[in-house]
Design a protein around this ligand. Structure first.
Ligand code: GCB
Length: 596
């Protein structure tokens, strides 16, 4: 039994959604704000949803706020929603959310990038107006994923420390919806597909709440029924199937109808999900999609834009995809957390290949001591990544795999980014999690992103995974400015990994901070010329190493980070600026990836 939300809310002949996006009353938690859900929030702040709140207001205290904030609005329960399950669906509350209706707490959820629901059925009546208050806490501790530490600084203020390189944006950065669904309903659908010659096979499994007779129909893109099955499990064969292909998506739709009983034709629920018929498999040193070797061209990305922070926005999303198309990418990694479901839906429809990553970033105290030269603390220890942290990640994996299991675009799961995989404790920490992921999804390969310091000799996790992801910065963090040495080191290292593991490898991160408009004839670090030469060098090396099955540049665009002497108004490794203008290197990629 999974303790996660199951199907996402949809509109259908039996279900309805009411968007609660827009302005909510807003107030940061403070000592004189006791039980704020019991009355109208004080002050006159209004915060847009979806958006991270940090950069919306001009108050430094809010940008660097540590702790809870409150969102509140009045919600009208539609008068026609009688005898339905009525619930709120929050696509995310970063990093911890709690939901009150009137004076009552209805739900809470830990984990900032996965959805949760608050079941209002017993607490509201159709036709009434209720006060909904949502508390969102941004604190990261040793027992959250990602991990962090709250410290009291020299002037007695709380500060949030964290071990990952992107700003701790928080709030309601994804949609909030009021939904209804029938009391007897389809509760979960799991679809897997297979290809045999020119035929496709679509296998489904249902879970019901209550009872009924389930009928399944598979419709093609013209809404023509091409196959049927009945019952809680079924297999639908599709002659001359149109496959979901990278760059050439084709989506069928599986329509489940639930009738009142074996003998009744009364429709009680209807739920449709898109289905892409495709297979993924690792074979030798290749990654196969539909039995053809696939080469990943793309980026590590972030959900990050000016003003909105991690707030989902359809305009920015579609624009990013258009830029990726222009540059000739075919794929991306959802570094370093699950992205909004809207992104996954879009990827399905437009043939983007996605590596879905958990929020397990920063499980590495070695990086910090490596950079600062400070004493090395153990990462996998009772006072940092402990059993509770592991349990939090287990839940994160369960929630991600449940949410995204039916997306054809997702071809692989990345379980963690740059853990200290040289530490003995990393093995007992990750081995059971990898096992859990395989149990939940036997159909997709698993990967992780290895950090430079955990060299081939030191890493003790690589054998757990099907594909080895490497993050390497030769020519930037090491051998800065010397691409000649960097080229040798990079090639030697890749060949050594290939020789030892005989597995496909993806360069999950490679890049250099680059300031737009800074030019140099000497290909100096920080200049646009250096970024171009750096990428050209990496690409030469990739083309010489057989096991490299993909290149994912770091990063698609410049992005916001915490402050520090390593960052100039954020991380500048973007191939595009934060406002999505191409740096010179964008043209280098476009040439390599499209020939243009
Ligand atoms: C890494 C991290 C990524 C950073 C990047 C950098 O290895 O995985 O989150 O942003 O390096 O730019 O240093």
């Amino acid at each position: 039994e999974l303790d996660t939300v199951l199907l996402k809310p949809i509109d259908s002949s039996t279900r309805e959604i009411k968007s609660l996006d827009g302005l909510w009353r807003f107030a940061p938690a403070s000592d004189n704000l006791a039980e704020p859900w019991k009355s109208v929030l004080p002050g006159d702040l209004e915060c847009p949803v979806p958006a991270s709140y940090n950069d919306i207001f001009l108050l430094p205290s809010l940008r660097n706020h540590v702790g809870k904030v409150w969102y509140q609005r009045t919600v009208h329960i539609p008068r026609g929603w009688k005898d339905q399950r009525i619930f709120l669906r929050l696509d995310a509350a970063t990093h911890e959310g709690e939901v009150y209706v009137g004076d009552k707490k209805i739900a809470s959820h830990v984990g900032g990038y996965t959805p949760f629901e608050a079941d209002l059925t017993e607490h509201v009546k159709p036709g009434e107006a209720v006060r909904v208050t949502v508390g969102v806490d941004n604190i990261l501790t040793h027992e959250t994923v990602p991990p962090g530490e709250v410290v009291t600084n020299a002037v007695g203020k709380k500060e949030q420390k964290y071990f990952h390189d992107f700003f701790n944006y928080a709030g309601l950065a994804r949609s909030v919806r009021l939904c209804c669904a029938p009391k007897n309903r389809v509760e979960d659908i799991t679809v897997t597909t297979d290809v045999r010659g020119s035929a496709g096979a679509v296998e489904y499994k249902l879970e019901l709440e209550g009872k009924g007779r389930a009928e399944a129909e598979l419709l093609d893109a013209e809404d023509k029924v091409v196959g049927k099955a009945s019952g809680l499990e079924g297999l639908i064969d599709v002659a001359n199937a149109k496959l979901w292909q990278p760059g050439a998506a084709y989506l069928y739709s599986l329509r489940i109808r639930l009738y009142a009983s074996d003998t009744s034709d009364e429709l009680v629920d209807e739920y449709s999900i898109p289905v892409g018929i495709r297979t993924v498999k690792v074979s030798g040193k290749k990654f196969l999609i539909n039995d053809k070797p696939f080469y990943f061209r793309g980026f590590g990305k972030h959900e990050d834009t000016p003003v909105k922070g991690k707030g989902h926005d359809d305009a920015w999303m579609v624009h990013d995809f258009e830029l990726m198309r222009w540059i000739g990418a075919n794929s991306f990694r959802t570094s370093h957390y699950p992205y909004a479901e809207d992104v996954m839906d879009y990827a399905d429809k437009h043939g983007w290949v996605v590596i879905g990553e958990t929020a397990a970033v920063g499980l590495n105290l070695g990086i910090i001591s490596g950079i600062t030269g400070g004493p090395k603390r153990k990462t996998f220890a009772p006072d940092f990544a402990n059993d509770n942290t592991q349990a939090a990640l287990r839940k994160g994996i369960e929630e991600l795999l449940q949410r995204d299991k039916n997306h054809p675009s997702v071809v692989m799961w990345s379980i963690t980014n740059e853990p200290d995989s040289s530490e003995e404790g990393s093995r007992p920490f990750f081995e059971p999690l990898v096992k859990r992921a395989r149990e939940l999804d036997p159909t997709r390969p698993l990967t992780y992103a290895n950090v430079t310091f955990c060299t081939l000799e030191k890493d003790i996790l690589a054998d757990l995974f099907d594909v080895i992801g490497l993050n390497r910065y030769y020519g930037w963090y090491e051998f800065t400015g010397n691409l000649e040495i960097a080229e040798q080191k990079l090639e030697a290292e890749l060949l050594a990994w290939e020789a030892k593991h005989q597995k496909p490898m993806i360069m999950f991160e490679y890049g250099v901070d680059t300031v737009t408009g800074l030019h140099s004839v000497h290909a100096q670090p920080w200049s646009e010329e250096y970024q171009v030469e750096y990428y050209e060098m990496y690409h030469r090396v990739f083309d010489r190493v057989d096991a490299v099955i993909g290149e994912q540049a770091w990063n698609f665009a410049d992005f916001g980070t915490g402050v520090g002497i390593f960052r100039v108004d954020g991380n500048r490794k973007g191939v595009f600026t934060r406002d999505r203008r191409p740096k010179a290197a964008a043209h280098t990629f476009r040439k390599r990836w499209t020939g243009k």
